[in-house]
Design a protein around this ligand. Structure first.
Ligand SMILES: Cc1ncc(COP(=O)(O)O)c(C=O)c1O
Length: 396
């Protein structure tokens, strides 16, 4: 089937990504390539419009402040949130660290995670002194919410799950996860790193309490990410870092702080990062996140079918995995798969994907992973399959 017909302008979408010309980039789950619109926004922000935000009295600074705050509104609106509840961070990692370090739910010091979490959703809780309970997975690689329901109890401060697994591509039933957390008085944090670029999200409809995502996986720049949190929760959280831009009054004896989101954004922010993220969100909306989701789902299904046709390949994750296909080749280390595919102009990720506990559960040291984006098309899958035949030929 010609997947390009599923996203009318797929050819021109691909052409908007200058860095992938002549290349089969199947590593968008690690970081997305940037469309020209984002590159132009960053170039203009530095080359034409640049000034600091929030402090300058001159016109350029006021304009930059407006652009920065417009980016916040766009970043919140992407997930159905309000801009007053949207904190800019360096990425999803910093966003989870911020919550782990500052959120408190009475004296509760346990967190409920799942077996498929990224290290970014494990280590911050350990550093913050939480004890971790781990929800197992279903046989097809989803977070087992029946088990979660049995495990959740009033010792849990928070339930923190990936909205989409970065290894298995499985999509969480987020509304049910929210109900499970709330039933025992816990809060729900969703790690939306993989969901934000490929799934329509509405935090109010889900009923979650915190939502995090990274700009660079959503066609935007690195160094910018988002933490959305419910206003009443953010209001109760102390500052994460201290410095300029987050204070109300400072004396040597005592400092008072601004309200959220400013209270959590110490120092000069990543101004151009926010502007680049805004351009990325506008670009994504111009294609339509629903269409991107459908396009990637169709490619994922085609890719799984093609790989299942190779009797030397093992697939991981559910049939309806979203944009992400993890696999291994019998008797070949994933790094060798990655190297040979690279020789053939195909970029895949090979490794533990920052999910070592999941690798242990799968009983493998690593997997290879192909992941899709709005610019992906059937030629990427064909090149992957060709490359895997080469892998098989070389390793016999
Ligand atoms: C599911 C998931 N969570 C968290 C992260 C960490 O994101 P970042 O490194 O952008 O902070 C990633 C990135 O690979 C991810 O895929």
């Amino acid at each position: 089937m010609n997947v390009q017909t599923r996203l009318n302008s797929a050819v021109s979408v691909r052409d908007q990504f200058p860095a992938i010309a002549g290349w089969h980039y199947l590593d968008s789950a690690a970081t997305a390539q940037k469309p020209q619109a984002v590159i132009d926004a960053i170039t203009n922000a530095y080359g034409r419009d640049y000034a600091t935000v929030h402090r300058g009295v001159y016109e350029r600074s006021a304009a930059m402040t407006q652009s920065f705050e417009a980016a916040r509104a766009a970043a919140a609106s992407l997930i159905g949130g309000d801009e007053s509840e949207l904190i800019f961070t360096r990425g999803a990692t910093e966003a989870i660290n911020l919550v782990a370090a500052t959120f408190a739910n009475g004296n509760r010091k346990r967190v409920l995670l799942s077996a498929l979490e990224h290290h970014s959703n494990i280590v911050p809780w350990q550093l913050a002194g939480y004890a971790i309970d781990v929800v197992p997975l279903t046989d097809d690689g989803r977070i087992d919410l029946d088990a979660a329901e049995k495990m959740a109890n009033e010792s849990h401060a928070i339930v923190s799950f990936a909205h989409i697994s970065n290894v298995l591509g499985s999509i969480l039933d987020a509304k049910r996860a929210a109900a499970i957390a709330h039933k025992v008085g816990a809060k729900l944090l969703l790690d939306g790193c993989q969901a934000a670029p490929r799934l329509p999200i509405d935090v109010a409809d889900i009923g979650c309490d915190f939502y995090v995502y990274s700009g660079h996986k959503l066609y935007g720049p690195t160094g910018i990410g988002c933490l959305w949190g419910r206003a009443d929760l953010l209001d109760a959280m102390p500052p994460y870092q201290g410095g300029g831009a987050m204070i109300d009054q400072v004396t040597f004896e005592r400092t008072t702080f601004l309200d959220a989101p400013a209270r959590f954004e110490a120092g000069t922010p990543h101004i151009v990062g926010a502007i680049g993220l805004h351009a990325a969100i506008d670009w994504t909306n111009s294609i339509g996140i629903d269409r991107i989701h459908a396009h990637e789902a169709a490619l994922t299904a085609d890719c799984r079918t093609a790989l299942l046709g190779l009797n030397f390949v093992t697939l991981y994750g559910p049939e309806d995995s979203a944009g992400i296909v993890s696999f291994s080749v019998d008797g070949v280390h994933p790094h060798d798969i990655g190297t040979i595919l690279d020789d053939e102009g195909v970029a895949v990720r090979a490794g533990h994907h920052c999910a070592q506990p999941l690798m242990e559960l799968l009983g493998v040291p690593a997997t290879a992973r192909a992941s899709f984006a709005a610019h992906s098309d059937a030629s990427d899958i064909e090149a992957l399959v060709r490359g895997l035949h080469t892998v098989k030929r070389i390793f016999g």
